[in-house]
Write a protein that binds this ligand. Sequence first.
Ligand code: TYM
Length: 331
Amino acid sequence: METVLSGIRSTGNLHLGNYFGAIRNFVKMQYEHRCYFFIADYHSLTTHPTPGDLHRNVRQVLVEYLAAGIDPEAATLYIQSDVPEVTELYLLLNMNAYMGELERCTSFKEKIRKQPDNINAGLLTYPVLMAADILIHRAHKVPVGKDQEQHLEMARTFGNRFNRLYQTDYFPEPYAYNFGAELVKIPGLDGGTKMGKSEGEGNAIFLADEPAAIRKKVMRAVTDSGPAIPGEAMSQPVENLFNLMRAISSNDTVDHFMDAYNKATIRYGDMKKQLAEDIIAFTTPLREKILEIDADNDYLSKVAKMGAEKARESASKTVNDVRRIIGFRGF
Ligand code: TYM
């Protein structure tokens, strides 16, 4: 049986990118594998949320994970900060993580650009904490979107380095996973190539968005001003729209608009109307579940407690083993 681990940072509501990248198809694995789904709330501290926001966001991700179909009895669904063993492994791994490789990490360079006034050490060591999340359960498969590929490579580096240093094969190599297919990258609606929480207004469709908000965002999505010019490559914003449609709509719908695009008869207004309705049909059952679970505090606290217990059982075993391998001994 393989161990599968999937994580989401608690920085706000989940969007379609999170859902397709890290949840959708992976929920079915929970009955066949040892699955961990967790909320990375320590990671969210790099942007200094207020205590109120921190708690609200963790709760929201928990609700949305459950609404998306995670069965807390079958899988282990937990909050990172409920498992303090992660921080000990993070400290131990930090000793073998080198400044140069951390500074070269793409997500770190991006953060430096985006938040030049807050380049904290947590940002630099973000991939080490992420490696600790993965290695603490000795995971093999890590369902993630394309943006996390480099972080997975670093987790493998840190695990392998530990194994080499202590001449052991304790940590298996974790891989970014998507059923043998390409990793997913859901585009944004603002012409950018990635749907993301911090990409700005109108970029992301959230699972909890009301139909009116979805229609508004999709209708405002960036497209070309006229139909395709024969011989010219498809523009990025139009390609984004098609990619979003491929994830959400039926093949017939995609073929219909692709055909119109190729014949240069496409009307982007029509395409967006169709896309908005398909997204609404897709998210409505999720939104209804979100509202239902959100109202049930007792259930949420039961789920969190159960998840913390199960996750700590696995995590404390790893930390004990690692301490022993490193050479910490009692007297
Ligand atoms: P985060 O919170 O940014 O995103 C959570 C998951 O959603 C995926 N994702 C996307 N997939 C496809 N298209 C998109 N536009 C898109 N946007 C986000 C991400 O790839 C990710 O799988 N560092 C992680 C959280 C984390 C983690 C871990 C993940 C911490 N520790 C251990 C896996 C294992 C992050 O910030 O993801």
